[in-house]
Write a protein that binds this ligand. Structure first.
Ligand SMILES: *[C@@H]1O[C@H](CO)[C@@H](O)[C@H](O)[C@H]1NC(C)=O
Ligand SMILES: *[C@@H]1O[C@H](CO)[C@@H](O)[C@H](O)[C@H]1NC(C)=O
Ligand SMILES: *[C@@H]1O[C@H](CO)[C@@H](O)[C@H](O)[C@H]1NC(C)=O
Ligand SMILES: *[C@@H]1O[C@H](CO)[C@@H](O)[C@H](O)[C@H]1NC(C)=O
Ligand SMILES: *[C@@H]1O[C@H](CO)[C@@H](O)[C@H](O)[C@H]1NC(C)=O
Ligand SMILES: *[C@@H]1O[C@H](CO)[C@@H](O)[C@H](O)[C@H]1NC(C)=O
Ligand SMILES: *[C@@H]1O[C@H](CO)[C@@H](O)[C@H](O)[C@H]1NC(C)=O
Ligand SMILES: *[C@@H]1O[C@H](CO)[C@@H](O)[C@H](O)[C@H]1NC(C)=O
Length: 567
């Protein structure tokens, strides 16, 4: 039993943490099956380092070192969606192995998509022992990937004592058995289950009714996915200490376990962490995986957070290794937004075309039409529209769609507003007529100590305005001195200003401009509007900013967005 001092504390905790309602129980599949030919890295804390194992015939097995060099390591790392391999090792201790040795005398040229596409003797044909198992270390681009710790700490003074109570299990009276399917099939056809047993104290768990730690129950069994298994014990320890380290690799599991057992504070903290870790993965696997998780758990806030990040950082997404894995549904959701940041609309059309083409037949005609219809053809420059018939890879498959959309675009681009208005099909509010965040001719990027004071853009994308320019005056104010110098009152700092140099309303055009904050030259962490030509920037990443930016190291991009004024 806990000491008397701890007992007092426990009762206090009980009073403080009256648990609220039942939590939505997950739909997160704990037994997701590996597929034939999958690879994984086993036996280290980092997802990018470990013994190479291959899944074949319902079993994970290892790879022997004969014939192994960097070419083979490259194939493994790319199959796991890392950009490449850093090194490999042989006979390193990555913990116990029980499975077979699947591959030996392996010969890759380095470009294969899967390890099993390389030459080898035959599954399980080998004269090696497990001493010759190979391991690899993959490149992660960002060395902090998977290693950067976020400490969540809601401690009270005695939490270290309670941590010891957990560690030595003295007086424990409640057994938690966590079961995970290893992916291996046993000879009699059943799945091999790995078990982790933790002996805990009912009194600690009784604050969380979903553990069922009542008087007459003394053990429970929980299904935990293989990927979450390494974090289960630190999750239970958190219930004692209110302290836990969370990383990019563990945040999803810890959130899942916290939701499953109704640990409200941890759910809230990890939800907040999701937003923080989103920019930490330059390979974009985390963003897609969190999006999927949000769909499965019905977490609308997280879902929106992921889609928004992908929309703002769309160009990087298209060059990332995760681009090939994005679903048609998610792509469609991104394309339906006005806050996608791209050079121009034509870039989006090209990304749809190449995405569909690269996947061969995998996209149904119906989804192709759905994606193409989300392109805002009227926003594409006329000279690029002219070239579509010859340049587009999908034109011949979807002639009518292209034709109709091009016609609509030409009308918008060559007719005066007064003539457009007499067309019953023209509806200014329709999304096709609203610009997104175009960086090519519509924006300028500056750093705070820039010398630039003015720039110009077109007035509107219609040909009618060809040759006419809108002039803009811009300012970034980082001290009250700069503000008063300009006769301005800055309510907070930094303040930014974007002012038209003359009145363009006579052209029946109105501007809904935006300011983009690019963090450390790497990712867009905020998009905001102007009010009376002025915007205020929050320098404290825990409040206001959509995604955090260390050192507030921003580049400011001013984006001009014209629309017709009706009436
Ligand atoms: C299959 O074998 C394992 C041990 O080898 C055993 O624990 C399990 O109960 C068996 N399952 C069936 C359905 O016979
Ligand atoms: C707790 O008990 C309920 C009702 O008997 C059951 O549905 C649930 O699975 C149990 N939870 C755990 C973690 O065993
Ligand atoms: C978190 O990580 C730090 C650094 O490795 C370690 O000193 C600390 O004990 C960890 N805290 C918890 C609660 O695991
Ligand atoms: C996005 O792409 C730019 C240019 O290629 C690169 O400098 C930047 O690091 C990338 N950002 C991320 C988060 O990968
Ligand atoms: C598309 O499907 C057809 C028939 O189903 C097949 O012959 C062809 O190879 C496939 N093309 C691609 C690129 O997958
Ligand atoms: C169309 O394709 C040709 C040849 O590939 C290229 O030179 C031209 O720039 C393309 N036009 C547009 C608008 O992309
Ligand atoms: C700020 O970001 C730029 C890249 O845009 C980088 O070159 C510079 O070193 C960063 N400065 C600091 C203080 O981190
Ligand atoms: C950011 O704001 C929060 C809440 O207002 C405050 O607790 C924190 O100290 C601030 N951080 C910085 C670096 O100003």
């Amino acid at each position: 039993m806990p000491t008397r001092r701890n007992m007092c504390l426990l009762w206090l905790l009980l009073l403080l943490h009256v648990c609220e309602g039942a939590f939505r129980v997950d739909l997160f599949k704990s037994t997701a099956q590996p597929r034939e030919g999958d690879v994984r890295l086993v036996g280290s804390k980092s997802p990018a380092v470990g013994r190479v194992e291959v899944y074949h015939d319902s079993k994970w097995g290892t790879v022997c070192d004969d014939g192994w060099d960097m070419a083979e390591a490259q194939v493994v790392c790319r199959q796991l969606h890392f950009p490449g391999a850093k090194s490999f090792d042989i006979g390193q201790d990555y913990g116990q192995v029980t499975g077979p040795i699947w591959l030996d005398d392996i010969q890759c040229n380095g470009n294969e998509k899967h390890l099993f596409n390389c030459g080898f003797k035959g599954w399980g044909v080998t004269d090696c022992t497990h001493k010759e198992d190979v391991g690899v270390t993959c490149e992660t681009e960002d060395t902090s990937l998977g290693d950067r710790r976020h400490l969540l700490d809601h401690t009270f003074s005695l939490s270290d004592d309670l941590g010891k109570t957990f560690d030595d299990q003295r007086g424990c009276n409640f057994l938690i058995v966590a079961k995970s399917a290893s992916g291996n099939k046993m000879q009699n056809g059943t799945l091999e289950m790995l078990e982790t047993q933790i002996c805990a104290h009912k009194i600690m768990l009784s604050q969380f009714p979903l553990f069922n730690a009542t008087e007459d129950i003394s053990s429970i069994t929980v299904d935990v996915s293989l990927s979450c298994r390494p974090y289960f014990s630190s999750f239970i320890r958190y219930l004692y200490t209110r302290k836990i380290n969370v990383t990019l690799s563990s945040v999803q599991c810890i959130h899942w376990m916290a939701s499953k057992f109704g640990v409200k504070q941890l759910v809230e903290d990890t939800t907040r962490l999701f937003t923080q870790v989103l920019p930490e993965d330059p390979l974009f696997h985390t963003q897609l995986s969190l999006y999927k998780y949000a769909e499965e758990t019905g977490d609308l806030v997280l879902r929106e957070n992921c889609i928004q990040y992908l929309a703002w950082n769309f160009v990087n997404l298209t060059t990332s290794p995760a681009w090939a894995d994005i679903s048609a549904e998610l792509f469609g959701l991104i394309l339906s937004r006005s806050d996608v940041v791209v050079p121009d609309e034509f870039f989006l059309l090209q990304s749809v075309e190449s995405w569909i083409t690269e996947r061969g037949n995998a996209t149904s005609l119906k989804s192709q039409v759905d994606l193409l219809n989300r392109i805002r053809f009227p926003m594409i420059a006329v000279e690029k529209l002219y070239a579509l018939e010859v340049n587009s890879s999908l034109y011949s498959t979807h002639q009518k769609l292209y034709h109709d959309n091009m016609l609509k675009a030409f009308q918008f681009n060559v007719l005066l507003l007064s003539n457009l208005l007499s067309n019953p099909k023209f509806d200014n509010a329709e999304e096709d007529y609203q610009p997104r965040l175009y960086t090519d001719s519509w924006s300028i990027a500056v750093t705070p100590n820039h010398q630039i004071r003015t720039f110009s853009t077109p007035i509107h994308n219609s040909l009618i305005f060809q040759g006419k320019k809108a002039g803009w005056g811009l300012g970034i104010f980082t001290s009250q001195y700069q503000c008063s110098n300009q006769g301005l009152r800055c309510k907070s700092l930094p303040m930014v200003r974007l002012r038209p140099q003359s009145d363009y309303s006579r052209y029946k055009v109105i501007f809904h401009n935006r300011l983009l904050l690019m963090c450390q030259g790497k990712y867009i962490c905020e998009v905001q509007g102007f009010k009376d030509d002025v915007g205020y920037i929050s320098e404290n990443s825990t409040v206001g900013l959509s995604y955090p930016c260390p050192d507030n190291n921003y580049t400011y991009r001013f984006v001009v967005r014209p629309e017709y004024i009706l009436a």
